[in-house]
Ligand binder design. Structure first.
Ligand SMILES: Nc1ncnc2c1ncn2[C@@H]1O[C@H](COP(=O)(O)OS(=O)(=O)O)[C@@H](OP(=O)(O)O)[C@H]1O
Length: 423
């Protein structure tokens, strides 16, 4: 790329006057001497330019590169043997400053100026639609020709290229996906769509160019991301994502399936107050204690079932499981894992979060030059209705074997059985 815009080097070794073969400088006419002087000064200028790291497009950072292909193991690790963390080939190495630098499989990074981070990424917490559904109108706007995607709203810098995402937050609905997306957007090397594109479930027929056009522009080395929680439970999604790019990194935020189901129900209830109670919807036959696993609020939480489908296409090492519970109690700890997995420097740390007592959740500290507080909106952290403890107990029993299976498949114990009570 350097050669595209660099001044052409003069013929002959740099720093030497390109004298005609056999000609001695002393014997050449004054006009040729002048020409030689000019060539010499051009040689020196080029040499200085090269030494100063020139040869790159103005306005673009040095050493821009595309992400290399992710090299993970070929198949899922046997139950209990994996950690859900990146495989050794993709594992980051600890840099001398204590931060984790990406090794093999990590993406090269392009640092931005701190001010740019804020203007490009801020403001999404309160302004974006934060429900899991994105209206068609929003998407047709985002996907229309000339649209700039949702990277940072109207302040997205208008340079770089729109690229297909290299990493996706694929679920789970009500797991904490919005909190994760907004936190990772605070990283200067990540650009993400604010709305949910629903490409691999609802909009697949619109084609990859539509999808690419929904994305924000990125510089080489920056990661493009989106989150659509329904992908995790969409049968066709793994195959479709694999056919887009088999090295796509996948992130799943999981949460106690009982609490998740109640959260899901609470969201529906907020839109349709007339729906039956949770207790009624949860059972096929309450007297017999028969849970209705066809109800989506219940079905989504059978994580092992859905994961099975993903493991047909992606190795476990390419999927990161984030604890929705720890994303609330220790957001910086979970973000460290996410950044390592993405091959990013650990830039989003505890310094970025504070616990907002009014909201009852961690929020992102406001950027220095912005007045906007960055807690998630009202649709995140709703008060759940009180559910009959017996129903909760039955649901826990229902999920237990699936949870155990999920822990075995991922090699991670999320300790949902240990929780005393649901919210
Ligand atoms: N920092 C922070 N602020 C607010 N809320 C937080 C946060 N971290 C995680 N959560 C939990 O995220 C739950 C919503 O999950 P999602 O964002 O995945 O929902 S959605 O599927 O996109 O609708 C939401 O669920 P409810 O509490 O049931 O509303 C929250 O518990």
């Amino acid at each position: 790329r350097g050669s595209e815009l660099s001044p052409a080097p003069p013929a002959g070794p740099p720093g030497r006057c390109p004298a005609p073969p056999g000609a001695a400088l002393g014997g050449v006419p004054p006009a040729r001497k002048l020409l030689c002087m000019c060539s010499l000064s051009l040689c020196l200028t080029y040499l200085c330019y090269s030494l100063m790291g020139g040869g790159h497009r103005p306005g673009r950072p040095a050493l821009p590169r595309r992400p290399p292909r992710h090299r993970g193991p070929r198949g899922p690790a046997p139950p209990g043997s994996g950690s859900g963390a990146p495989a050794p080939s993709a594992a980051p190495t600890r840099a001398s400053n204590g931060s984790r630098e990406g090794a093999a499989g990590a993406w090269p990074r392009t640092p931005l100026a701190p001010g740019e981070v804020i203007t490009a990424q801020s403001g999404a917490f309160e302004r974006d639609p934060q429900e899991s559904s994105t209206t068609d109108e929003e998407l047709s706007r985002a996907g229309s020709p000339g649209s700039r995607g949702g990277g940072g709203g109207s302040t997205t810098p208008d340079y770089g290229e729109k690229r297909l995402p290299q990493a996706l937050i694929i679920g789970v609905k009500k797991g904490g996906t919005r909190a994760l997306l907004e936190a990772i957007r605070a990283h200067p090397d990540v650009r993400a769509v604010g709305t949910e594109p629903h490409f691999f479930d609802r909009n697949y027929e619109k084609g990859l160019e539509w999808y690419r056009n929904v994305m924000p522009k990125t510089l080489d080395g920056q990661i493009t991301m989106e989150k659509t929680p329904s992908y995790f439970v969409t049968n066709e999604a793994p195959r479709r994502i694999h056919s887009m790019a088999k090295d796509t990194k996948l992130i799943v935020v999981v949460r106690n399936p009982v609490t998740r189901a109640i959260s899901d129900y609470t969201q529906t209830l907020s839109k349709k107050p007339e729906i039956p109670t949770f207790e009624v919807l949860a059972f096929k036959n309450r007297t017999l204690g028969l849970i209705d696993a066809s109800w989506s609020a219940i079905r989504i939480g059978i994580y092992a079932l859905h994961l099975e489908n993903w493991l047909q296409y992606f190795p476990l090492s390419q999927i990161l499981f984030v604890s929705g519970e720890r994303l609330i109690t220790d957001p910086a700890g979970e973000m460290a894992k996410v950044q390592d997995f993405l091959g990013l420097k650990r830039i989003v740390t505890e310094k970025h979060f504070y616990f907002n007592k009014t909201k009852g959740f961690p929020c992102l500290k406001k950027p220095e030059d912005s007045s906007a507080p960055r807690c998630l909106g009202k649709s995140k952290g709703r008060t759940h209705p009180k559910i009959d403890p017996d129903v909760i107990h039955r649901l826990r029993k229902f999920y237990k074997p699936f949870n155990v299976m999920f822990y075995q498949m991922t090699g991670q114990d999320f300790q949902w059985e240990q929780e005393e009570s649901d919210k």
